[in-house]
Design a protein around this ligand. Sequence first.
Ligand SMILES: [Zn+2]
Length: 320
Amino acid sequence: MGSKPFASSADLDAKTETLEVVAEGVWALTAQGDPNVGAVEGEDFLVCVEARATPVAARDWLARLREHTDKPIRYLVLSHYHAVRVLGASAFGAAAVIAHDMTKHLIAERGEQDWASELARMPRLFKEPASIPGLTWPTATFSDRLTIDLGGDRGELVLAYCGRGHTAGDIVAWLPRAGVLFAGDLVEAQAALYTGDAFHHDWAGGTLDRVADLGARALIGGRGAVVHGEEAVGAAIAQTRDFLAVMQREVGAVHAAGGTVKDAFEGTHAALAPTYGSWPIFEHTLPFNVQRLWDELDGIDWPRIWTAERDRDVWAALQD
Ligand SMILES: [Zn+2]
């Protein structure tokens, strides 16, 4: 086998976690490129955003949150179906678990395989994996938009679908009053993208346009630090778009010229690495990203399912 350890399997050092009060009653826990989580305070309840990979990992986050508020968690919002964001859901005791219709569909279609795949790719995030009681099932889903009245004079939290992107069913959580946006994995802040289940063209086009149109003044991406200020939010969105554009250009050129997916991987790696190579999960995700985009260019619209075995095959073919 080659010299590079598989995916993030060798990334075992704990990250420093930072709990930030983004606005009054809005918290975000970031962790140097590990998946972010957050919470929004209602008048007599909490909305939590993202669930982490296991209930034990989720309880670590909730212990930090409980230093600030003891209100009950009424809603758990899941931005998309990926295991590292949903399998800790049982720790929240939420009255409702909210996601997009398509997220529920994807969990039914490929949740088991995704769990095995992500556990092998990112074992450090799965703290005490035996604590996971099973797949996480949303109890309330929607297709376009769902609004939660936060009570009192707190305004509302808008859950919105912006189009296909990182997956077929990403949603964002938007607080118009505070100008704060939880963008899920549709936007990363100085962390590499994962596009293995993505729709590159849609994501780089209309989907990110709709995210940008919200006009956020603070943004919590899927990974990376909280972004403050309209200019910096715009830069994070532009950076996400650029990553996708470079991939589309490089993989597209090799595909059009009748090259191989290995050629496409090497060209894309060389083009992205000067800007993005040092960012979290860059080496981990790129083989899966290139393979998915190659599939799209082959006309495979619906992403093929990643299994632990297919992960290893693609890794061996491209990254080793
Ligand atoms: Zn994801």
